[in-house]
Write a protein that binds this ligand. Structure first.
Ligand SMILES: Nc1ncnc2c1ncn2[C@@H]1O[C@H](COP(=O)(O)OP(=O)(O)OP(=O)(O)O)[C@@H](O)[C@H]1O
Length: 452
């Protein structure tokens, strides 16, 4: 005796697409497509490539723990006639699963969960990743505010192309792998499956590049949250809760987006600056993050970036909120070698020794180095680039030197001026004292004269 069950593509009201139907379709296309007689290619909006799946009215067999089941892809067509006599057809697709009655318990309790879990994982692997940005509040489009818009995420940065200390890079990668495989661990210790990263360092040291590398490494979506366009604390909370799992929520330049002091600004200029910021407050941000963590069960990472870590309120970056603090620093030799390999495809050069020495002495951002390594025209080859790089370093070094000399001169001049000032003051003091002495002498004479 056989039993059959159906899973429909759309919910009964026809409004919402069934996640389970999609998961089954993914599962069947990967596991049974080879056995189907006819396949159809779907160009799915959310998929990065064409998806092959069973065509309508196809049948495939699957086997699980020694039990055989059959899947059919069906389509039900209904014709409707409008008031004006025009007919339109509506197609509703569904899968039916047929199995022997004696396996009912195993099919419902184990097999279907296996199919749906596998199908969802396949969907995640095939999905086109997204970069979300929050819409700004607008008088003209009020319905858009507080919502996310998205575009496909295609940033090419990877950990291989990221120029930084190799040991630090490995530590970060290990931390990310541990996090992404930590579902059971987080469940066991009763903590939400999340991690906070604080990236800090001077401009152009690769904070944004690092975020893209993390997203590519973990295969996550990115939610780029522009705090200055968030209307208020409640809109912020809503936006954060409206984020999916396997994603990174990014707030860049957090110190510029928020009044982090919590103090009232009195100066006119500062007041103007504050007006440019949103009405989101520090405590609102802290509450929203804590609220997000307590509500989420899916894996999520939140990243703040700043150029001025000292400006941030300790509450914002304490461990537990920002678990990992990563400093992005100026370009040292190891990082330079990565950039030279990326941009010029070279592993070594006669000038490397000199460059290593110069990089030890100068503070230059990887962004500046990358800029000089980028060939400006077809004629420029790697050798010319590296020489230009060395020239630029030398110039920077000379500039540093002349700066130091100027500073020395300025100090010397100031000291001389102070010395001169002191001398004149002393001379004037002496002159005054002399005058007083003179007048005292005159006075005593007159007294003496008077006694006389
Ligand atoms: N560590 C790095 N590795 C590789 N490329 C880098 C690195 N740092 C900077 N770059 C290059 O410089 C450009 C600017 O870097 P990026 O925007 O990541 O710096 P940032 O630290 O986020 O700067 P800001 O603080 O100004 O936002 C990048 O597009 C990239 O090409």
């Amino acid at each position: 005796m056989f039993e059959t069950g159906a899973i429909w593509e759309y919910t009964e009201e026809g409004l919402k697409r069934s996640d389970n139907y999609d998961a089954i379709r993914n599962y069947l296309s990967t596991n049974s497509a080879a056995r189907a007689q006819r396949l159809k290619a779907n160009e799915s909006k959310n998929s990065k490539s064409l998806v092959l799946s069973m065509d309508d009215h196809e049948e495939v067999e699957d086997e699980f723990n020694g039990v055989k089941v059959k899947w059919y892809s069906n389509v039900k067509v209904t014709q409707t006639q409008s008031n004006y006599g025009r007919t339109s057809s509506d197609e509703r697709r569904f899968f039916t699963l047929t199995f022997h009655r004696r396996h009912r318990g195993m099919i419902i309790e184990t097999y279907l969960n296996h199919v749906i879990d596998e199908g969802k994982a396949i969907g995640l692997r095939n999905r086109e990743r997204k970069l979300y940005t929050n819409n700004s509040s607008s008088e003209w489009y009020p319905w858009r505010s507080g919502k996310w818009s998205n575009v496909p995420f295609h940033h090419p940065a990877t950990f291989e192309t990221l120029a930084m200390d190799p040991e630090k890079k490995e530590r970060i990668k290990k931390d990310l792998i541990k996090f992404s495989k930590g579902k059971d661990y987080y469940k066991k210790v009763g903590k939400p499956w999340k991690r906070g990263y604080l990236l800090f360092g001077p401009p152009g040291t690769g904070k944004s590049t690092m975020i893209s590398a993390i997203a590519n490494f973990l295969d996550y979506d990115v939610y780029d949250l522009e705090l200055t366009t968030v209307k208020d604390n409640s809109e912020l909370k809503k936006l954060l809760l409206d984020t999916k799992g396997k994603s990174i929520i990014v707030i860049e330049d957090i110190d510029c987006s928020l009044d982090l002091t919590g103090q009232r600004k009195t100066e006119k200029k500062e007041k103007k600056e504050a007006e440019k910021l949103s009405k989101v407050t520090l405590s609102g941000l802290l509450n929203s993050i804590d609220g997000l963590w307590s509500a989420c069960s899916d894996e999520k990472i939140i990243i703040f970036t700043t150029n001025f870590v000292d400006k941030l309120d300790p509450a914002l970056i304490r461990r537990g909120r920002m678990d990992n603090h990563i400093e992005m620093s100026y370009c040292k030799f190891e990082a330079f070698k990565v950039l030279a390999k990326n941009y010029l495809e070279i592993e070594s050069h006669e000038l490397y020794g000199e460059i290593e020495r110069l990089l030890e002495e100068t503070e230059v951002s990887p962004a500046d180095v990358a800029e000089t390594l980028m060939p400006k025209s077809d004629e420029e080859d790697a050798d010319a680039c590296i020489k230009q790089k060395e020239k630029a370093k030398k110039l920077a070094e000379e500039e540093e030197k002349s700066k130091a000399e100027k500073e020395e001169k300025r100090k010397k001049k100031k000291a001389e001026e102070e010395e001169k000032k002191k001398k004149t003051e002393e001379e004037e003091k002496k002159k005054k004292e002399k005058k007083v002495e003179g007048s005292e002498e005159n006075g005593s004479v007159s007294v003496e004269n008077g006694i006389k």
